[in-house]
Design a protein. Structure first.
Length: 169
């Protein structure tokens, strides 16, 4: 029974370490994971800076939380290891090696999935759309008359444009 408890705690510990790895890689690569994305309706430069800083802070806080969780799991694993060593005696090292091998095979798949996730997040463009929209001209000259630049600018202002009257003074 103690060996199953030890295996479960060791799996939780390894998942916690994998999550720490993922979050640290996100910070290192400058990627914001989906759970840490914060939407702010304003697009001023100050709000964009604040948004980026708050997202990075969220990832850093998650790393701190995961390290505290890792410490608790290490304490539980130590206690479970001692109880399993007392229960199984000389057979415990063999059982422990078997547990470590089975967890390491799962762990390799987990790290491959995390690396794939990091690659996918790195490919997503995070900037704004830089493509300028090309508008159609408001005025199309279908006549043989050539308008001056000032005349074309005036016609482009539209039908509701009101010419200012000149003051007499």
């Amino acid at each position: 029974m103690a060996s199953i408890h030890t295996k479960n705690i060791r799996e939780k510990l390894q998942r916690c370490c994998a999550n720490i790895y993922f979050n640290q890689q996100c910070l290192h690569l400058g990627i914001i994971p989906k759970y840490a994305r914060i939407k702010i309706p304003f697009t001023s430069p100050a709000s964009i800076t604040t948004q980026k800083k708050s997202q990075v802070l969220r990832v850093k806080e998650e790393i701190k939380f995961l390290y505290s969780k890792k410490d608790k799991l290490n304490t539980l694993l130590y206690k479970a290891h001692l109880s399993a060593a007392l229960e199984w005696g000389n057979l415990w090292p063999i059982i422990q090696d078997n547990i470590v091998q089975s967890i390491n095979s799962k762990l390799a798949d987990m790290y491959k999935a995390l690396d794939a996730k990091l690659n996918q997040l790195a490919r997503i463009p995070t900037g704004t759309n830089n493509n300028k929209h090309i508008f159609f001209q408001r005025v199309t000259n279908l006549t043989n008359i050539v308008f001056t630049d000032e005349g074309t600018v005036l016609l482009n202002k539209g039908m509701k444009y009101n010419l200012n009257h000149k003051h007499k003074n």
